[in-house]
Design a binder for this molecule. Sequence first.
Ligand code: FCB
Length: 451
Amino acid sequence: MARLLFPEDFHWGAATASYQIEGAWNEDGKGESIWDRFTHTPGNVRNGDTGDRACDSYHRFDEDVALLRNMNLQSYRFSIAWPRIQPTGKGAANAKGLDYYGRLVDALLDAGIRPFPTLYHWDLPQPLEDAGGWPHRDLAGRFGDYAEIVTRSLGDRVSDWMILNEPNVFTACGYLLGIHAPGRRSLSDFLRAVHTVNLAHGDAFRAMKAVRSDLRIGTAFNFTPCEPHRDSDADAEAAERWHAFVNESFLRPALRGAYPGFFRDGSAPLEALAVEEGDAERMRAPLDFVGVNLYTRTIIQDVPEDDGLGARPALPFGGDEGPKTDFGWEVWPDALRTMLVRISSDYERPEIEITENGCSYGDRPGPDGRVRDARRVEFYRSYLEAVHRAIQAGADVRGYHAWSLLDNFEWGEGYEQRFGLVWVDFETGERTPKDSARWLGQTAAENGFEV
Ligand code: FCB
């Protein structure tokens, strides 16, 4: 037996997001978000589920903080709902909204837990969508204003922040594939949204640093290593194209002020972004850390035909050598090591926070009330071993956040997919820590585990 120890000052944590846990969708002056509208429209979400009540964390956040403390966790990644702060997406702040997050932050600090908020985890104020949404470039400036309001209110107590959660996912699922709010299906809306989000990212970064230059600011990107399907040059090149598109469309503009090679000069996708003079500088956001959300790897096959875009497409699919979670995602721990090592070597060894990693398994309470989620324990153990290997290979990883603290509203899948360390009874709101919560708690207390 060996003991894997993590670096001193490593932060063990858990993550959630406002719409997925808060409920209270129309309380205390909160405005409507695109997720309220999307879930209230029949046919969009499995079983017609909504986040109207979710885990009711808006009223029960003290219990959530106690759960974190009992697990010895030192960092809590949560998100701030823009429509609680600016109900219509612009204008003066709603004091009650700011007050809610102030109370949450104070409760965390009292418990010795680092508050680690994300400014945008997908709940755009609906009036901003009605005015054009992310494809409309004016939204970038609005987002900068919102970032400033929040940092002015909490920046004295919160030092570590994320601007966005998974920009590639909310732009593609919301504007191209139509499976997330606001449910649009348009290639040109998608590409314009990509560019506005990149501008918003830069604007928010500067607005926050102008309020307090010492804030530590990053973004949580969704990453997946892209592996060629066959042992051929064509598939290897396709895998690199997909990597550039899926992993770097937001990271590279932020860190380098440029789009990745996928958007070749003169190509139709680059034209469709509608980049204007001066935008390269405006999208630059020299992040203090890179947030890594990672669940699995992606296998890529070359597709020889032109896709009508002037871009050579690639066909992505999931791997099928490892076991699958209940969501159907392949368990492939080495994906995390590979990606951490690649980001470190391609971007001059940035500080990294693992901002999400986890798995969906439906294990329920037994007759004795205990949730024996052995597969989740094994998932965390194996992915954390991969993190440890990446650190030994030189990656500067500062923290790890399990997705998720609680079973919660899993977007288009409603309440069917359970990612929590803690079981939630959605009828009563009752919370029951699973075996995985105990395992992670012990790991956090010992800053490592036996292998
Ligand atoms: C990520 C999201 C998060 C959660 C997990 C399972 O893409 O950031 O909100 O839904 O997937």
